[in-house]
Write a protein that binds this ligand. Sequence first.
Ligand code: ATP
Ligand code: MG
Ligand code: FE
Length: 336
Amino acid sequence: VTILGIETSCDETSAAVLVDGVDLRSHIISSQIKTHQKYGGVVPEIASREHSLHIQPVVEQTLAEAGVGFTDLTAIAVTYGPGLVGSLLVGVSGAKAMAYAAGIPLLGINHLEGHIYANFLEHHDIKFPLAALLVSGGHTHLILFEDHGKYRVLGYTRDDAAGEALDKVARALGLGYPGGPQIQNTSRGGNEQAFKFPRAMLEPGSLDFSFSGMKSAVLNTLNSARMKGETLNVPDLAASFQQAVVDVLVHKALTALEQTGVKTLLLAGGVAANRLLRETLDYELSQRKVRLVYPSPILCTDNGAMIATAGYYHFLEGDFAPWTLNAVPGLNLKSI
Ligand code: ATP
Ligand code: MG
Ligand code: FE
């Protein structure tokens, strides 16, 4: 089973060729970060134009590197949501045209499922049931998986996503876009106890998240210092905020594990690349004899390989998309 995976939901044009769900033959990620950096974030109109320019060369190069042609493919998997509508449309229309012309099936993939399935590409002995902590630029979800494709959302953010909060705080600190990696790097020279930022835990036992108030606490600290003409230590601010976000994510993940009793936790999404989050969960979960699984950093942020992997499992289920597949910008995780 040879699957071409295509991802264009935000600002990465990416494609991958994956054989039998485990053998990644080629993978290209064309990032638009440099283009959007000067605006301090992704500009949707520019993103879709860039995708239109890049999708064909990216797919051609991915197939060439894998040494396959369209006729060697079993199916084409594409992200159809959630994401920016103009960006999604480029991938969806491109994949439809290619699959139709090649006479092979189309697989419509939920981007959030894709993030989680990055784990199955690199780890082949993952056992169900399991919990997944999805922490990305637009989402923060705790999910219980009974089996492939069978899952239930246990909790999600009521306001900002974890990555979004990191990006906004980084921007306020003058650290640039994307903010998560900048916060991580700047934190290295800082004291995580210098500032006491709140940890929003919500009601006892709640598996929901709220990062907006925590973000505002940093912005308020910055503003009141500015009014007094004081300058604050940026590495201390970054380290203290990173610690606050990680504390909440770890606390909620541990609560979900206690409530469900599952013995495996998957980390997924761009923030899953965060070193403090990985190390803290590694330590806490080894104490509890729970297995922690996370993808390589490059497979945490948006990529085509994760879409090909999720596509492989959809293919096994015979879960094909109709030719009328459309972009669904607000697509969420369906629950069983
Ligand atoms: P979504 O997947 O929810 O639609 P997205 O695709 O924009 O949103 P991802 O690509 O999964 O999000 O992740 C990007 C986010 O990950 C950004 O918010 C970025 O700051 C964050 N991020 C990336 N690397 C790190 C890191 N090392 N530490 C913390 N955050 C990080
Ligand atoms: Mg991106
Ligand atoms: Fe993403």
